[in-house]
Design a protein around this ligand. Sequence first.
Ligand SMILES: *Cc1c(COP(=O)(O)O)cnc(C)c1O
Length: 434
Amino acid sequence: MHHFHYSGSDLQCESVDLAAVAGLYGTPTYVYSAATMEDNFRRLQRGLAGLDAQLCYAMKANSNLAILRHFSNLGAGFDLVSGGEIRRVLAAGGNVQTSVFAGVGKTEAEIALALENGIFSFHVESEPELARINHVAGKLGVKAPIAIRVNPDVDAHTHAKITTGKSDNKFGIPLKYAAAAYEAAAKYPNLKIKGVQMHIGSQLTSVAPFVEAVEKVAPFAADLKARFGITYFSIGGGMGIIYKDALASGQQAWWDAQPADKRPLTPESYGAALVPLLQPLGLKILLEHGRFMVGNSGALLSRVEHLKRGAGKNFLIVDAAMNDLVRPAMYDSYHEIVPVHRDSSRRALVTDVVGPICESGDCFAKDRQLQEVGEGELIAFLSAGAYGYTMASRYNTRGMAAEVLVKGSAFELINARETFEQMIAGEKVPAFLK
Ligand SMILES: *Cc1c(COP(=O)(O)O)cnc(C)c1O
């Protein structure tokens, strides 16, 4: 469920016409629905009723300050992966004390920043990292709260670049060595063992791998509770979203029409499968969903530059490019593309949808069937709220896109389009070239 829909012929986010947003702020522009994020948050919370659960929103999915504040207001902490992300949480007025710090290569400065701001826990990925956190905590005269990320060796059946829970990934410590890692952690004077963590991958579309992973790790978590008095189990993130039927999936009727054996993962089915496995542990449960929280809350608005008709091949050239939304180029991912103004009298068009960047990989869709659109008309890439803006770059000296947040009939610019001057602000020609 989400809040992108047609009102008559016009695509809206909540009650706002997307054409109006593009008219005011130009294109390419990301538009996000505050109501969709709130729904996602509340549904997940309800799905986990019966657990002492805390969402640590994985902010790498979308770390705009306004969105962090929105989740913080709802009661979320954050799953952080860098010192920059800690500073974003602080700048947004969010709570570091309910946040966790993940990642395989935390620097000493990042560890110190997290400790100084009272991080809830570090999610540790290796034994050398235990030594480093212990060292920094000692210098600051504090005890660092930690959990070790265990790798349950579960196949998440997702894209190779986003699977993380197999033993050949760089993430976590294999379950069979994890007990030894906890023994090692217990010997460090400046560490406090607080929990255990896992995360098996991203964009999971069935509950089975989550169940398999929780079943594998839960007995170990119970042991850790008995031996070290751990108080929490973080089961990671990874819930997938609908990309293929993105527009239709905004309506309850679409969900009702899905055959029982093919129903996509929902927060309700996720909770129903996991709560009974987790409840007996008597531990606080942390969740680190990113994509699910924001993915279907966002669309990328773009304007058509040209329709280039070729021999047996059409190219719709638009003003968004792989630097704005890299997922199709990087993960071969699918984004539904819809016209902002729907017109049933138009012919259908089969076309590649491409950006202006000088790379064949700058292609959003191949042989996609769309309503015919022409120069100056608007389209929207749906399900673009997660790993969209945060993975964007300035390739081809294209400034970062604008971002807009909608709430009901209100909308506001939450990130201005980057100017050329901002792009080159740190650059200079050295004296020896002058
Ligand atoms: C990326 C990441 C997440 C979030 O993954 P989603 O698929 O966006 O939910 C959660 N936990 C960790 C450790 C991650 O690296």
